[in-house]
Design a protein around this ligand. Structure first.
Ligand SMILES: Nc1ncnc2c1ncn2[C@@H]1O[C@H](COP(=O)(O)OP(=O)(O)OP(=O)(O)O)[C@@H](O)[C@H]1O
Length: 253
């Protein structure tokens, strides 16, 4: 079966300061390749600074790679740093959802902006889509009139999910999106993610330090170290017989 998301030899370099007047190149991601099928989840783990968030940004189109390709359902959507306009099919959710929402806009206006910018929907279609999406993530239709500060942390993560889902993506990238939640709220959001995945065949790329969550939710694990893939395979295999020293160290924590 054709993978939904295929990443081929993705590399990224930053120009960093190396003294008062000089700069040097810092390879943050080197030759990253993996693929994931429809309705599956891949977890990306690694120590601090391994390059996980940078990978998330490249996948969602928030930043571009220097070289390599990203393919969605067999179509190249990014080729050596040139992205086509299919960003709406890979959406990202951040750890701090409050910070990524405009405090001056109601949730309805935020979602409406998303639709106006990315679709040809008329007002009635947008209103219907907003109501349906809020219900999908377990919020009330009336919540569209609320501002971000009126929500709890758990509800804000549902709002972030609604903003990701409103464009009917094929892949959702979650960058530590569940980390700031307390365990019971986290469990509710995990169940919601699994339910949505079952219903719609969504594919998740989950960046997290929570290894129990990785084992519970992911089909595959990709282990990054200093921008390189040091291990990649089925979750149960990686957990039971980790090959690289880095994976062994991460799993023993
Ligand atoms: N815009 C940037 N310019 C220069 N260096 C950067 C930039 N963004 C990230 N880096 C560096 O790239 C490396 C990887 O960062 P990244 O945030 O992707 O790591 P991470 O694995 O997500 O870490 P963490 O688990 O702490 O979030 C770090 O050394 C970071 O300092």
């Amino acid at each position: 079966m054709q993978p939904v998301l295929k990443v081929q030899a993705l590399s990224k370099t930053f120009n960093i300061r190396a003294g008062l007047f000089s700069r040097k190149k810092f390879a943050v991601l080197k030759n990253i390749s993996f693929c994931i099928g429809k309705g599956e989840t891949i977890a990306v783990i690694g120590e601090t600074g391994a390059g996980k968030s940078t990978l998330a940004k490249l996948l969602s189109g928030a930043d571009s790679a220097d070289c390599g390709q990203i393919l969605l359902e067999g179509n190249i959507i990014e080729d050596n740093g040139i992205r086509d306009n299919q960003c709406r099919y890979i959406r990202m959710i951040f750890q701090d959802s409050a910070a990524s929402l405009n405090p001056g806009l109601t949730i309805g206006d935020t979602l409406d902006d998303c639709l106006q910018y990315n679709t040809d929907f008329d007002k009635a279609e947008r209103t219907e889509k907003i109501s349906a999406t809020l219900s999908k993530v377990g919020l009330l239709v009336d919540h569209q009139h609320y501002y971000p500060h009126m929500f709890s942390v758990g509800q804000l993560q549902r709002v972030a999910l609604a903003r990701a889902l409103i464009l009917d993506p094929k892949v959702v990238v979650l960058d530590e999106a569940l980390s700031s939640l307390d365990p019971s709220v986290r469990a509710q959001i995990v169940n919601l993610l699994l339910k949505l995945q079952q219903e719609t065949g969504l594919t998740y790329v989950m960046i997290t330090h929570h290894l129990s969550l990785v084992r519970h939710i992911s089909d595959q694990v990709l282990v990054l170290d200093k921008g390189e893939v040091v291990e990649y395979g089925a979750t149960e295999v990686v957990f039971q017989t980790p090959q690289s020293k880095i994976t062994q160290r991460l799993l023993s924590c």
